[in-house]
Each structure stands twice: as C-alpha cells, then as structure tokens.
Design a binder for this molecule. Structure first.
Ligand code: DQA
Length: 145
C-alpha cells in the first residue's frame, strides 16, 4: 500500500510554533515518526509539506493513479479552501483529515472544515500520533477491500 502524507501551512514550524498547542516535536521528528511507523507496517510512504494552497492542490492531483490513501493536515486551509476539497474529490483516493490540536475546542473560525466532506475520517486533538492512527485506519480499510 502507498500512502501520501500532506501537511499544509506552518506545519513546517512544528516545535517552534505555539508549543502549548502543537507540542515541542519538530516537523522532521514528525516525518521520522511516520516513516518508522510505515516501515514497520509495510506501507510505502511519501511526505509533502507546503505553505501554498496551489502546491497542495498539485500534490493531491499528482496522487491520482499513484497512491492508495492520503493523510492530510491542511492547516489553516482546512477552514478556507474549497480548492483543496475539490482536489480530494477529484482524485477519489481514500483520505483522512488530521489535526494535531482539538479544533472542536478552539475558535469559531476553526469549526468549519471544507475538506471534511471528502474524507473517510477526521482525527483531531491526538497530537502527532493522530497521523499514525490515520495511516492505520487507511491500512485497515485497504485490507478489508
Ligand atoms: C491545525 C489546526 C488549524 O486550525 C491550524 O490552522 C493549523 C493546524 C492542527 O493541526 O491542529 O495550522 O490543522
């Protein structure tokens, strides 16, 4: 199974940005954690991060016919981007939405998720381990089919 893990704006600043909300681990520590988990599970993984909406759309499109699952934390674009929602719908690849923080307990503007409508599952408020849970979920679904 091939999974793409996509992170949106400011997630490259993990460990520096608001550690009280997002923790002390860096983006590269997150990548290492995901890679180790996937290696153990026999999953081929590729990681991508961008601060640019169009680059995220391009990356999602490039998964078409190439990947069996997508794990995505669109960062702030979660709450604004119809383009990212449309890209996930366009490729039709099973996708899980991940948020490190519990967005449901935060500001009103974080209560809207455009991408959620196209996702199989949303994992929020579980810290970095939410990404691993998302990978396990996609793996289970893949094994069932
Ligand atoms: C986030 C939550 C978003 O509201 C925020 O804009 C982010 C990160 C999370 O992982 O908790 O950048 O997606």
């Amino acid at each position: 199974m091939k999974i793409k893990v996509i992170n949106g704006p400011n997630l490259n600043m993990l460990g520096i940005r608001e550690p009280g909300i997002y923790g002390n681990e860096s983006y590269s520590a997150l990548c290492d954690m995901i890679s180790a988990h996937c290696e153990k599970a026999g999953v081929t993984v590729s990681l991508f991060q961008s601060n640019h909406e169009g680059a995220l759309v391009d990356e999602i499109q490039s998964c078409f016919g190439e990947y069996d699952g997508i794990v995505i934390n669109p960062g702030a674009y979660t709450h604004t981007s119809v383009a990212i929602l449309d890209a996930v719908k366009a490729v039709g690849i099973p996708t899980v939405e991940v948020h490190i923080s519990d967005v449901s307990a935060r500001e009103d503007f974080r209560q809207i998720s455009y991408i959620r409508a196209a996702c199989k599952k949303t994992i929020s408020g579980k810290g970095l381990s939410g990404y691993l849970e998302a990978i396990d979920f996609l793996l289970e679904q893949n094994n069932e089919n």
